[in-house]
Design a protein around this ligand. Structure first.
Ligand SMILES: Cc1ncc(COP(=O)(O)O)c(C=O)c1O
Length: 366
């Protein structure tokens, strides 16, 4: 068959072991998954209440325009309804953007390491990938500007960045946006936006007016606790949205996910509570790192990238045996580090207790 050359030899996404598989393998009753940056508190209680009281006609296709959710998000953000595009998670928006703009002969610029899906999708489309190393966990925006040339179609700015958790502050971001050529799309991936507390980060929504080549991506998968429902959205000027929209599948958000995302969107108090809890959890883990002289990156997300001073695959395996699933930095381009989702206070305590044992066993702590 006439496969695209670039997919030859590509491996399918390897999801981590399921909770059930880990329970079985290690004979454990309880597993704490701190690997995919989901909200450890789940979604707003209003979502469950809504689900218990509503019924849906599952025989009908969903509203392909996500009319009600669109109106709710537009009102909340103070944008026009035609300045939004909805995706089956922001993952789908990343693939819509790459399908629309990348092909052999053009290039795309991104940080290294950053969220893996930018590179993966670019590879499938056959575009050249230009990776610009982070500096202290930060995007090197000057070097990214230098990497842009006449054939650059898309630049990815992951803010806060996955896996470092470091947010791009407003002043350097604005200086960068001013210099990016207007025919290059800048994708500002803000999957963790609701967790950001850095005072030097500003709301980026006004930039869609100032920079017609910017699209902001946000999601219901993280702070809203709705990863299972797969709803992400893009915010950009209406011409840009109109160009991307034909690339989107016609019914890409289900009836249930549209309805539930709208309910979750209205519960601001819940998001605030989760942000506060996340800050407490962040402090717990940071204090452990400081006490034990382990480097960590200052995070504006619900995960933290921390040093372990030993092979991170070993720490990953040893923690899994003890019921904690985290991500090894070896898989994320940050060897010697692990990426851990910030859990509930109890989950964090459990994780830190086990980590201390593992690092003692590995000779990191004497
Ligand atoms: C930076 C970043 N962008 C996008 C996504 C995708 O999120 P979703 O497709 O669930 O909206 C993730 C998920 O981990 C992420 O970390």
């Amino acid at each position: 068959m006439k496969w695209k050359e670039q997919i030859t030899g590509m491996k399918a996404y390897q999801p981590g072991k399921s909770i059930d598989a880990v329970k079985k393998e290690f004979g454990l009753d309880e597993i704490v998954k701190l690997a995919s940056n989901e909200n450890p508190f789940g979604s707003s209680p209003k979502v469950r209440e809504f689900l218990a009281n509503e019924s849906f006609n599952f025989a009908l296709y969903p509203d392909g325009y996500a009319t009600n959710l669109r109106a709710a998000v537009a009102t909340k953000l103070g944008v026009e309804e035609n300045e939004l595009i909805f995706g089956n998670g922001s993952d789908e928006l990343i693939s819509i953007i790459t399908r629309a703009l990348l092909y052999p002969g053009v290039n795309t610029v991104m940080a290294k390491p950053t969220f893996s899906q930018y590179g993966l999708n670019a590879k499938i489309e056959g575009a050249e990938i230009r990776e610009v190393p982070l500096v202290d966990g930060n995007h090197d925006l000057d070097a990214m500007l230098e990497a842009i040339d006449d054939n650059t179609a898309v630049v990815w700015v992951c803010s806060p960045n996955n896996p470092t958790g470091v947010v791009v502050e407003d002043a350097p971001l604005q200086a960068f946006l001013k210099k990016v050529p207007s025919d290059v799309l800048v994708v500002l991936d803000e999957a963790y936006f609701e967790y950001v507390t850095n005072a030097r980060h500003k709301d980026t929504i006004p930039y869609i007016q100032d920079y017609p080549n910017v699209i902001i991506l946000r999601t219901f998968s993280k702070a809203y606790g709705l990863a299972a429902f797969r709803v992400g959205y893009g915010i950009a000027n209406k011409e840009l949205i109109a160009k991307l929209d034909p690339v989107r599948g016609p019914f890409n958000n289900t009836v249930l996910s549209q309805a539930i995302a709208q309910v979750a969107l209205e519960d601001d108090a819940y998001i605030e509570k989760c942000r506060d809890e996340n800050n407490k959890g962040k402090k717990q883990i940071e204090e452990f790192c400081e006490k034990n002289n382990l480097h960590f990156f200052t995070t504006d997300t619900n995960f933290i990238l921390m040093e372990v001073k030993v092979d991170s695959d070993v720490v990953f395996q040893e923690l899994m045996k003890r019921g904690f699933i985290i991500r090894s930095g070896n898989a994320l381009g940050t060897p010697g580090y692990i990426r851990v989702t910030i859990g509930t206070q109890a989950q964090n305590e459990g994780f830190l207790t086990q980590l201390e044992v593992v690092l003692q066993e590995q000779g990191v702590f004497s």
